[in-house]
Design a protein. Structure first.
Length: 163
């Protein structure tokens, strides 16, 4: 049975597509692509149908990640098919938990940086949209750091289902 993870930020053109790309690469590197499905969405639909921000694409490409992406808006009905919904900041966490149809669905929502032991109390991935390329590089560093712990957690769940 496939384990499904969806990364969510505001417009689905910066942070969440970056997290999706990095995590999909980690899943493939560990041979879990048959067990884990990865995608992303935004809390809003402003950029629906657009590609990722050019700065996101540039940073992903520079670091060897796939940058193909089409933005979409998260829908409450998706909770039924998702196992884990990864919010990129506390605002997304709150919005997604409010959107969740049930308490069980609300418990599926977690902050990405909660999987990075070095993150401390600062669990938000800052929105790089209004800044320069440095913010996108910082975003990638945070996403990569959290991906190790997230992969361990997802691997445990996915392999437990497959057994």
């Amino acid at each position: 049975m496939t384990y499904r993870v969806c990364f969510v930020c505001t417009g689905n053109i910066c942070r969440s597509p970056m997290a999706e790309s990095v995590f999909r690469a980690r899943v493939a590197e560990t041979g879990l692509e048959d067990l884990v499905e990865v995608d992303s969405a935004g809390t809003g639909g402003w950029h629906q149908g657009d590609g990722a921000d050019p700065r996101t694409v540039s940073v992903l490409d520079d670091h060897g990640y796939d940058s193909a992406h089409t933005a979409r808006q998260f829908q409450a009905s998706w909770f039924a098919r998702l196992d884990l919904v990864i919010a990129l900041d506390a605002g997304h966490l709150k919005a997604l938990r409010r959107l969740a149809p049930t308490e069980e669905d609300a418990r599926k929502v977690r902050l990405l940086r909660s999987y990075d032991p070095a993150a401390g109390d600062d669990l938000d991935v800052p929105d790089p949209y209004y800044g320069g390329l440095d913010g996108f590089e910082e975003c990638l560093e945070m996403v990569e750091a959290a991906s190790t712990g997230l992969l361990a957690a997802v691997r445990h769940e996915a392999e437990g289902r497959a057994a």
